[in-house]
Design a protein around this ligand. Structure first.
Ligand code: FAD
Length: 146
């Protein structure tokens, strides 16, 4: 049976020390584990870090993204995890990304800050669509630059 694809978007607050070495090593760890698990689980997506917060889009078979989100919510490297959207989709926005990582350049940071400011940095006022579109644009730019 064909599984209906879904997209999940969430936002969370970083708990990892922002000392450069510590933060970088933890993110490398998260990305390595994510990419292995997500290939296995047919999940694609992107992760953004900025202003002390993570925002992530996961897309794939519903059962698999729900299982991944369950694990992610229990991870003490972040907290205050807020689900912003979980919807059926007709196609993937990140077909080439087992887990892209974006948002670290000053220019990306400013674009994320715009969304944050508009919401008053209140996760309950952030829109899953806004986060999805921003991550999609940033990964398209990364692909073009590569
Ligand atoms: P194992 O790697 O065997 O880990 C077993 C347990 O140890 C898990 O509970 C894990 O959470 C915990 N653990 C492992 N290393 C650390 C560490 N350094 N610090 C604290 N706890 C640790 N996982 C995905 O599969 N896909 C994703 O897209 C994804 N995105 C993430 C985004 C963010 C912002 C964060 C913080 C984590 C993300 N993770 C993702 C990781 C996820 O939270 C789990 O750690 C991972 O899925 C567990 O993989 P595993 O079941 O193979 O367990």
């Amino acid at each position: 049976m064909t599984q209906i694809l879904h997209r999940l978007v969430y936002y969370s607050r970083n708990h990892i020390s922002c000392d450069d070495g510590v933060f970088g090593a933890n993110v490398d760890d998260i990305l390595a584990k994510s990419r292995t698990n997500n290939v296995r689980d047919q999940i694609t997506g992107a992760l953004l870090f900025n202003a002390g917060c993570f925002a992530q889009v996961l897309e794939g078979p519903l059962e698999n993204i729900e299982a991944a989100f369950e694990r992610i919510q229990q991870d003490d490297r972040h907290g205050d995890v807020a689900l912003l959207a979980l919807d059926p989709i007709s196609h993937r926005s990140f077909p080439n990304w087992a887990m892209g990582f974006v948002g670290t350049s000053d220019f990306d940071a400013e674009r994320f800050a715009d969304i944050g400011r508009a919401s008053g940095f209140d996760p309950s006022r952030l829109s899953g669509d806004q986060i999805h579109m921003l991550l999609r644009d940033l990964t398209i730019e990364e692909e073009a630059a590569a």
